[in-house]
Design a protein around this ligand. Structure first.
Ligand code: GTP
Ligand code: SPV
Ligand code: MN
Length: 613
């Protein structure tokens, strides 16, 4: 460690941090340790290292770089992500766990000497706005400059707040190594990829990976530690966007949070044209002094899916991706120093370098699968403040007051585009019953298979499902004015094609916003409240100058009783295998099945027209 690094550590005056750094330096055996603070010089240094070490390559546009992950490291590795538990403790069969002592022994043996010949970086961050009651401090140790560079854009700096800790230990820490690298600079030993969540130690070990969902400590690894903390402390830690809805002519901002499984619409919803974004992936929600729910973005950047970002569907993001600024592309095609991706709606070259390596159209991988020009989970990393539609409350230490919560999934044949719950606990039930078709955000598995994903947070849960649901129910009971809870579904299909256009979500948003302000009546159905035809007709006309027909309304909003009952039977089976599911949740489930059975009996149809209620 050089003098400069040593003095940065000294200034923290924290023996816990010193011990952690010595422990992992001894274990990982780097040739050198570099400690960073919040200064501009250190930000610039990280940026420079990322390209000098070849983890990123500069592109034609100023500030843009590209990073590649190994071909088999293109998404989160659920199979090798384990929650460490002491012998004899159980949380849920649905969660991937490992015996703590065994896993620690294994991970320490993988870490042994893993940084030989490399540098070890130490950097400090803050989850949530700095110096707020939401702030959680995090220490990142990594041998990857790409990981640090990503975190510099995605998270707020934390060195100064660490100085204020006065020797205390209340922070998370993350130990990462990309492991041995191939000649292309990507992780070599994917078979030894491990992500071990040690709740007891408030730490996560992650090795032999680079894909940010696996490597970046502050993102989904910290989410898991924070879920545990929030459950112990009665606040919520969610896989949610935070946005401000601003309907023209209304003169108000109405804040929503929303949970959708990975690659199912959080960024797209937070980026609806004309609205304001606070965050697109992770939110902490606490009760404010006035008894209302307040949400912050845990992050300050976007690690967003690039597929389908084009001037029509995502004009603002497209603009930021095609103009100079600090930005990392990952796993896209590069030809003549320009990036290309799927669904960008411009002409794309038939060759170049991508996540596979040298690529020409038609290239097949070892499994005989055609390699597309970019990965479906290719992403971009940038600061939210680069966007023109950032909400002024982005760094508000009190958060933004939440008036609406939206749950959504990728559902081709069961749920209508938008419904409102009967109240908070019915809303919790709706969130806890999300089913969604699987996407490319996780490695392995098949795309498009239906899976249950409570609150879009199952991948990150570290506490029993029953406890997590109970925490949600209790949170609502403690609010003076609970947000209205809605569910959306952007993905209904007919004959294999999506029924709705991507822009239609703006109409559902304006309806929800209007409901919050008491401007629309709604129709009560067995699954919740749905919009009246006339109201949607008016919003479609005002927003898009489009005439929304009776027939379209009926097609979208018919209550598919048969499919809905089938789904609830699946959900019921799942919950029957869980311990300690709150009575209030079971009651909601039984009631909803009962209402659907009654409607089926009365109408003698598999799908009931909204005009029949
Ligand atoms: P994570 O970052 O993985 O947590 O995902 P996310 O929830 O932020 O997903 P995002 O909004 O980036 O959406 C992912 C994919 O869904 C993109 O490929 C979009 O094109 C697609 N998508 C978003 N909205 C719609 C929609 O209304 N209709 C259809 N058909 N596709 C959509
Ligand atoms: C997700 O998969 O939900 C993401 C991307 O937001 S990752 O960083 O991989 O978690
Ligand atoms: Mn996510």
């Amino acid at each position: 460690m050089d003098k400069n690094s040593a003095s940065k550590l000294d200034a923290l005056n924290n023996t816990h941090i010193d011990e952690i750094i010595s422990k992992y330096a001894e274990l990982c055996k780097p040739k050198n340790i570099i400690v960073f603070d919040d200064s501009k010089e250190d930000l610039a240094k990280v940026r420079k290292m990322a390209t000098e070490k070849g983890e990123e390559t500069a592109l034609e546009m100023k500030g843009h770089t590209v990073h590649y992950d190994n071909y088999y490291d293109q998404g989160r590795d659920a199979a090798n992500t384990k929650i460490l538990l002491r012998k004899g403790t159980h949380i849920s069969k649905r969660l991937n766990t490992g015996e703590r002592e065994e896993c620690l022994t294994e991970i320490y043996s993988i870490l042994d000497g893993i940084m030989q010949g490399k540098e070890m970086y130490v950097r400090f961050y803050c989850l949530g706005p700095q110096n707020s009651k939401f702030s959680l401090l995090s220490l990142q140790i990594s041998d990857s400059a790409y990981v640090l560079h990503s975190e510099d854009m995605l998270y707020r700096q934390g060195y100064e707040q660490f100085q204020q800790l006065e020797g205390k230990k209340n922070f998370f820490y993350f130990v990462h190594s990309a492991g041995e690298l191939t000649s292309k600079g990507t992780t070599k030993n994917i078979d030894k990829r491990r992500i071990y969540i040690d709740l007891e130690g408030n730490r996560v070990y992650t090795v032999n990976n680079q894909y940010a969902g696996n490597s970046v400590g502050l993102k989904k690894l910290a989410l898991r530690l924070a879920i545990k903390k929030s459950n112990d402390e009665d606040w919520l830690c969610e896989h949610m966007f935070v946005m401000g809805a601003q309907r023209p002519g209304k003169g108000r901002t109405t804040y929503f949070t929303g949970a959708f499984p990975s690659a199912c619409g959080k960024t797209s919803t937070a980026m609806i044209p004309g609205q304001k974004i606070i965050g697109d992936d992770i939110a902490y929600i606490r009760i404010g002094d006035d008894g209302r729910a307040y949400a912050v973005n845990v992050e300050q950047g976007i690690f967003g899916i690039i597929e389908d970002v084009n001037p029509i569907d995502d004009p603002l993001i497209y603009e930021t991706l095609t103009t100079p600024r600090e930005l990392i592309f990952s796993n896209v095609l590069v030809n003549k120093n320009k990036p290309y991706w799927l669904g960008m709606k411009t002409e794309t070259p038939n060759e170049g370098i991508n996540h596979f390596g040298d690529w020409v159209k038609g290239t097949k991988d070892k499994e005989g699968k055609e390699v597309l020009l970019a990965h479906k989970n290719a992403r971009y990393t940038m600061r939210i403040k680069e966007l023109p539609n950032v909400d002024p409350k982005i760094d508000d230490i009190n958060g933004a007051p939440v008036s609406g919560v939206i749950y959504g999934g990728r559902d081709s044949d069961t749920s209508p585009p938008v419904i409102e719950s009967f109240g908070w606990s019915h809303g919790v039930f709706i969130g806890a019953s999300i089913e969604s078709e699987t996407t490319a955000a996780k490695v392995g598995g098949t795309l498009g298979s239906r899976t249950h994903d409570p609150m879009a947070n199952l991948d990150f849960l570290v506490v029993p499902l029953g406890l997590y649901i109970r925490n949600h129910l209790r949170f609502g009971e403690n609010l003076s004015r609970p947000p209205k809870v809605f569910a959306t579904n952007y993905f209904l299909k007919e004959n294999g094609n999506f029924i709705n256009g991507k822009v239609d979500k703006k109409v559902w948003l304006y309806w929800m916003e209007g409901r919050i302000h008491g401007e629309y009546k709604a129709i009560s159905t067995p699954i919740g409240l749905i919009p009246h035809y006339e109201d949607l007709k008016e919003i479609f006309l005002e927003t898009f100058g489009k005439y929304f027909t009776h027939e379209e309304y009926e097609r979208l909003f018919s209550i598919r009783v048969h499919k809905l009952i089938e789904r609830l039977e699946r959900i019921k089976t799942i919950y029957e295998q869980e311990n300690d599911i709150p009575q209030a949740f079971k009651h909601q489930l039984e009631q909803q099945i009962h209402r659907l059975e009654e409607a089926k009996e009365l109408h003698k149809k598999d799908a009931i027209s909204p005009f029949d209620f």
